[in-house]
Structure formats: structure tokens, C-alpha cells
Design a protein around this ligand. Structure first.
Ligand code: IMP
Ligand code: MG
Length: 232
């Protein structure tokens, strides 16, 4: 991406401090900062993977299920408080990673919402500044005049998200907001306004709660760190 694109609704540059820290998003949400020190390591006496059939595969729990659910409730309340539109928000889930999050988020929202799903595939290297994205499954309907909320599992480089914002903006929505459960430090490079962010996490590769490694671990109810021996 080259600079700020004013054609994107809500696309204000994120507030990045001199030290590189990103300012808190919307008034109603405080992003929780999670560090490697917060990880609860697996050990001989306790393996978080065991009861889900992933015995010996996980190194740690980074964000427990209850912590995720409490944050989702907080995010949902903030989004609802900002909803000043006549029609319910249209939640757009980008398959597959955000599927757990969107279902819990919709159930936590104190207002009605509608669900839409998209599937995209990204091409090119993560370092490329022009992420080429192909739509594998498009929205089922028109979003003209609607408040659209992109529900994201994790913002890593943010390239797919930037592309998606531009694409959706051409379809005439009343507004586009983004709710992301997790964000990695690299995301500060993304020049999009992610108003609602649950957790800022370290750059470590995480799995669970929708996030996969080779399609595995999406079914875990928590966010964990994969054992290093599982990468090879
Ligand atoms: P981005 O376009 O670089 O922001 O990549 C976002 C996508 O990469 C997410 O929707 C995930 O599917 C995937 N991803 C990024 N980081 C992780 C991770 O730590 N674990 C699992 N998937 C990840
Ligand atoms: Mg994936």
C-alpha cells in the first residue's frame, strides 16, 4: 500500500506513537496487551491439548477461553454502543479463521446482526506491497447503505484486510468497521483504522480458536502456542 487512501470509509491512519505503540481504538474498547510472559506453559503435569486430542503438541496457552469470551463481550458491547444505523450491522466473516470469533461475537452482541461470509485467497509474498487477492466465495447480497463490520481473527501483515476494505468500499456501504480479535506488531504498518481490537499479541505463531496450522487446531477453545517440534 502506498499511503493513506481517502476513498475508504473510516480509513483514517492509525494513531502510531513515536515509540511505535498503537493508541487505544474506539472509546469503548481497551486492547489487552499480551506478552510471552502471559503464556501458561504445558508441562509434565499439565497438557492443554490432551482433552482436545492434541496430546503433546502445544507449548502453552496464550489466551484462555474465559479471557477470550470476556473480551468478546466487551467488543460486542462497544460495537453495539456505536451502532447508530437504522438497519442491523452486517457482520462479514472471512473464512475460515474468523468463524469461531464471528459466531461468539454475534451471540454476544446486544443488538440484532446479520451474517455474511467471504472466502478469499491471497497470492504473492507477504513482503509484497501489492497483495493480489482472489475471491473464492463472494457475499450473497448487496451491501449498499449498510453498516458493514469485518470480523477478523488476526491481523498479521494486514495485506488481505487492506485489499478487502478497498473492495467492499466500492460497493457503497454506509460504513465499514473492523473488529479484530488479535493483532500482531507488524499490523502497525497497515494504514487502516481497526477500531476494535481485542488483544495485541507477540509475533509468535498462534493456533486455536479458529486459527490453524495446516488446517489443524481451529477447534481449540483457547489461543495457544504450538510446540516447536510441530513445525517440522
Ligand atoms: P495478513 O494478511 O498477513 O494480515 O494475514 C492474516 C491471515 O494470516 C489470518 O487471517 C490468518 O489466517 C493467518 N495468520 C496470521 N498469523 C497467524 C498465526 O499466528 N497463526 C495462524 N494463522 C495466522
Ligand atoms: Mg490460516
Amino acid at each position: 500500500m502506498t499511503g493513506f487512501d481517502s476513498s475508504i470509509p473510516n480509513a483514517v491512519p492509525p494513531a502510531i506513537g513515536v515509540d511505535g505503540a498503537v493508541a487505544a481504538p474506539g472509546a469503548g474498547v481497551s486492547t489487552t496487551y499480551v506478552t510471552s510472559a502471559d503464556a501458561v506453559p504445558a508441562g509434565p503435569a499439565w497438557d492443554p491439548g490432551t482433552e482436545h486430542g492434541y496430546d503433546g503438541e502445544l507449548a502453552a496457552v496464550l489466551i484462555p477461553a474465559e479471557t477470550l469470551q470476556a473480551k468478546i463481550t466487551e467488543l460486542a458491547r462497544a460495537v453495539a454502543a456505536d451502532h447508530t444505523y437504522d438497519t442491523p450491522p452486517l457482520l462479514i466473516c472471512v473464512l475460515k479463521g474468523a468463524v469461531m470469533f464471528v459466531t461468539d461475537f454475534a451471540r454476544a452482541l446486544p443488538i440484532p446482526s446479520e451474517l455474511e461470509f467471504m472466502a478469499v485467497s491471497s497470492y504473492g509474498s507477504a513482503t509484497s506491497s501489492s497483495g493480489v487477492v482472489r475471491i473464492l466465495k463472494d457475499l450473497d447480497r448487496d451491501i449498499t447503505g449498510r453498516r458493514v463490520i469485518i470480523v477478523e481473527d488476526i491481523i498479521d501483515s494486514g495485506l488481505t484486510l487492506s485489499w478487502l476494505l478497498k473492495n467492499l468500499a466500492t460497493r457503497g456501504p454506509a460504513a465499514i468497521d473492523i473488529v479484530a480479535l488479535l493483532r500482531k506488531p507488524e499490523a502497525v504498518k497497515v494504514e487502516v483504522d481497526v477500531r476494535y481490537v481485542g488483544f495485541d499479541i507477540p509475533t509468535d505463531f498462534v493456533v486455536g480458536y479458529g486459527l490453524d496450522y495446516n488446517e489443524r487446531y481451529r477447534d481449540l477453545p483457547f489461543v495457544g502456542l504450538l510446540g516447536e517440534h510441530m513445525y517440522r
